[in-house]
Design a protein. Structure first.
Length: 148
């Protein structure tokens, strides 16, 4: 598994409850650009429209050796997911205020580009501060354990 891009901001801003691996429909120059590691998932999200799943606002830079037929960097890309999983997610997103956030993009063992999306709820400012406080306490405890 070769990691292309991760969305570290997602873990800070959202509480991830479920994770799904989905395929993504790409053009040839997009795949070549991803092999160069030129992707950015920050501020992107997934949207369900007409019973299909789309990745919105993800940036894949143009391929460096591309020509006039290069791809558009921020176009919407279709995501591939089983219909029963999509129906279950749609119910949660519609009713309970969840959102679909891309967590990482990678090449699997068959050299296919996969995207890991998470079913997430937004954190409040207080939740974020509490998480930072817990991480600091854990770091201090580990440091004290090493000094003994």
């Amino acid at each position: 598994m070769k990691n292309i891009s991760t969305n570290r901001k997602a873990y800070h801003d959202f509480r991830i409850e479920e994770k799904y691996e989905v395929g993504i429909v790409l053009s040839g120059t997009e795949v070549k650009a991803l092999r160069e590691g030129r992707a950015n998932l920050n501020d992107s999200y997934a949207r369900i429209r007409d019973s299909e799943l789309f990745l919105v606002n993800a940036h894949i830079s143009p391929y460096s050796c591309g020509n006039i037929a290069n791809h558009e960097p921020k176009r919407e890309r279709k995501l591939l997911m089983h219909r029963f999983e999509l129906a279950r997610i749609y119910g949660k997103v519609r009713e309970r205020g969840y959102t679909l956030v891309p967590l990482s993009m990678y090449f699997n063992d068959k050299n296919r580009v996969k995207l890991e999306i998470g079913l997430a709820k937004g954190k409040t400012h207080v939740d974020k501060r509490e998480d930072i406080r817990r991480k600091d306490e854990k770091r201090i405890n580990e440091r004290e354990g090493r000094l003994r």
